[in-house]
Design a protein around this ligand. Structure first.
Ligand code: GLP
Length: 242
């Protein structure tokens, strides 16, 4: 069952999600957090930075694993998810760089890099709290429609729809990488707790299908119905078809 928390707007949803992370890290400073990128969690990360700067929160003992990274973008590339996390969260707070992890999209052997990433998560004791955004086509991480329930960290081809949606972050649509290294559905479902944030009308259909629709590879987020502790934090626009 997916628990729903519906709030008025993006700001309230961001505050709610930030609150979940604050609660988790205060309860267990050495928490293992699964983190997400995209436009939706940007405000959440700003709120966390404010908390740390005000001395109300410390991430110094926490470990993180991001969901995904583009294939071929080095960490220094401004549109890489390494750069996103550095500029929006890691570089602005007291995270220990040795304990923040993202998949290596520049590895020569990407399959091996995926296996190593899985091993690192296991070594860390698994993920306590996994954050997720939601693609308009129902993707979580970069698990596009077709992703199977047993999938693990691996290379995937991005759909035209996702490339178009993410082109806004790049100078030209041709600059958007065509492949990514992403945690799989099985990796995500192993997290002890999952919180997905979705805001805006463009996510309403995916939210409805994820929550009410059949569990199917055609709607990767629908696999979350099988998890025992998952909450969707939605604004009214994203919840409008429920
Ligand atoms: C991206 C990311 C996802 C993210 C989703 C939604 O491509 N790989 O992790 O959740 O698409 O992005 P946004 O929040 O910008 O709508």
């Amino acid at each position: 069952v997916i628990e729903l928390e519906i709030v008025a707007d993006h700001e309230s949803a961001s505050a709610r999600l930030a609150g979940c992370i604050v609660e988790q890290v205060r309860r267990e400073p050495a928490s293992v957090l699964g983190l997400a990128t995209g436009g939706t969690p940007e405000r959440t990360y700003e709120l966390l930075v404010e908390k740390v700067r005000a001395g109300h929160l410390s991430f110094s003992q926490a470990t993180t694993f991001n969901l995904d990274e583009y294939v071929g973008l080095p960490p220094a590339h401004p549109q890489s998810y390494h750069a996103y996390m550095r500029s929006r969260l890691f570089g602005e707070t007291d995270f220990d760089p040795k304990r923040t992890h993202l998949p290596d999209g520049t590895a020569d052997d990407l399959a091996k890099a995926g296996e190593q990433y899985e091993a690192l998560i296991t070594e860390a004791g698994g993920i306590d709290l996994q954050l997720l955004g939601l693609g308009a086509n129902g993707h979580i991480g970069f698990n596009e429609p077709g992703a199977t329930e047993d999938s693990r960290t691996r290379v995937v081809d991005l759909t035209e729809e996702t490339i178009a949606a993410n082109a806004r972050f790049f100078e030209a649509p041709e600059d958007v990488p065509r492949r990514a290294l992403t945690m799989g559905i099985a990796t995500i479902l192993e997290a002890r707790e999952i919180v997905l944030i979705a805001t805006g009308e463009s996510k309403a259909e995916a939210v409805e299908r994820a929550v009410r629709g059949p569990v199917t590879s055609q709607m990767p987020a629908s696999f979350l119905q099988q998890h025992s502790s998952v909450t969707f934090v939605l604004d009214e626009a994203a919840a409008s078809l429920l």
